[in-house]
Design a protein around this ligand. Structure first.
Ligand SMILES: *Cc1c(COP(=O)(O)O)cnc(C)c1O
Length: 375
């Protein structure tokens, strides 16, 4: 089956009470036990398993081409479950450019427990190879990466890692399982903040870990899911499974809108530079086409001609684009990254990050145009 069909049918939950087409939500903490002590439907307690969670996990595994998936109450809980598969003294190699809190989690929380973490420029393959230590167990990749949406070559990194018996985990949040499938490129683990494109409506926090194949690592993540208890509630699982059904359609539109706007912005007199991997002028264009042949996501970074004050004025003048962090929802958002990242930030002051939503592209263009010209 193709992804459009899988997204709808792999998340189907058969209702035996009323034969409803839409799945029921199993808002229950616990399940009845039989006289013989067994659990006839396989569920005992909702921290261990729940029908809405099972179906979401099954759908995510199928869309990423993995064997098993585990969902959590947030993206960071999912990252943390993967890191918790390592032991004191093990080393994880992370990107210098990536989701800041994932790095902080490894360094600030797991560092004192003995996890070693170091950062490397993941776009530099020789540097990646050189940064490997005898204790390295995991290379963590994020592509495209904030704030300039630079790409790392998943296939090439996997080749290096596997030659050293190291696993590769990819944070695939910015592209969704529709536009990029790291497992097909050799990755062992894929992680999503389902908070973003998969939920798609800015109303659910969630995370997922998908494994290429069931293994000792995946078994341990399952134990972390049950024992650390950062489980996702059934209603959120229902909302995310519903999100999956329209994901292929939404990604197509996010992608189409973003490419059109990136192309127009590139030729706008008020713009210094557009960062979008789908533009032929982008230094990562060839890799983008190879790694994401079905289109790029809805994320664009633009640098305004002028200083930080000018960029913030543009953000303030935007009417349709709301100023907020996060991404992947139906509504367009704009973020002045430098002021969010704080004093240590190396992000250019004139940079704005856009999460292109599903509004009509001409309305978005008119809004961007008036804000840039009027600032
Ligand atoms: C949002 C995000 C996360 C963390 O997800 P939460 O649900 O906020 O915990 C991790 N990685 C990337 C790339 C993200 O955008």
């Amino acid at each position: 089956m193709r992804k459009e069909t899988l997204a709808i049918h792999a998340t189907h939950l058969q209702d035996e009470t009323a034969a409803s087409i839409a799945p029921p939500v199993f808002l229950t903490t616990t399940f009845e036990r039989s006289e013989d002590g067994s659990y006839p439907k396989g569920h005992m307690y909702s921290r261990n398993s729940n029908p809405n969670r099972d179906v979401l996990e099954k759908g995510l595994a199928q869309l990423e081409g993995g064997e098993v998936a585990f969902v959590f109450g947030s993206g960071l809980a999912a990252v943390s479950a993967v890191f918790q598969c390592m032991k004191s003294g093990d080393h994880v190699l992370m990107p210098t450019v990536g989701y800041y809190a994932s790095y902080k989690l490894a360094e600030e929380i797991m560092g004192p427990w003995g996890l070693q973490v170091s950062q490397v420029d993941m776009t530099d393959l020789a540097a990646v190879e050189a940064a490997i230590r005898p204790e390295t167990k995991l290379i963590w990749v994020e592509t495209p990466a904030n704030p300039l949406l630079t790409l790392s070559d998943i296939e090439a990194i996997c080749k290096i890692a596997h030659a050293h018996n190291i696993l590769v985990g990819v944070d695939n949040t910015l592209t969704s399982p529709i536009l990029q499938n790291p497992i097909q490129l050799g990755a062992d683990i894929v992680m999503h903040a389902t908070t973003k494109y998969i939920g798609g409506h800015s109303d659910v926090l969630g995370g997922a870990v998908i494994f290429k194949e069931a293994s000792a690592w995946s078994e341990r993540v399952k134990r972390v899911q049950i024992l650390m208890g950062a489980t996702q509630n059934p209603l959120d699982c229902y909302l995310l499974a519903r999100g999956l059904k329209t994901l292929p359609l939404r990604m197509r539109e996010h992608s189409k809108n973003a490419l059109e706007l990136a192309t127009r912005l590139e030729n706008h007199a008020g713009i210094e530079q557009v960062h979008y991997p789908g533009l032929p002028s982008n230094p990562n264009y060839a890799l983008a086409i190879k790694q994401m042949p079905n289109g790029q996501s809805g994320m664009i970074a633009i640098q305004i001609k002028g200083d930080e004050a000018k960029a913030r004025k543009v953000a303030n003048r935007l009417q349709l684009f709301q100023q907020a962090t996060s991404l992947g929802g139906v509504e367009s958002l704009v973020e002045h990254r430098k002021s969010i990242e704080g004093p240590g930030s190396t992000t250019p002051g004139n940079l704005l990050r856009l999460s292109i939503g599903l509004e009509h592209v001409e309305d978005l263009w008119e809004d961007l145009n008036q804000a840039i010209l009027g600032a």
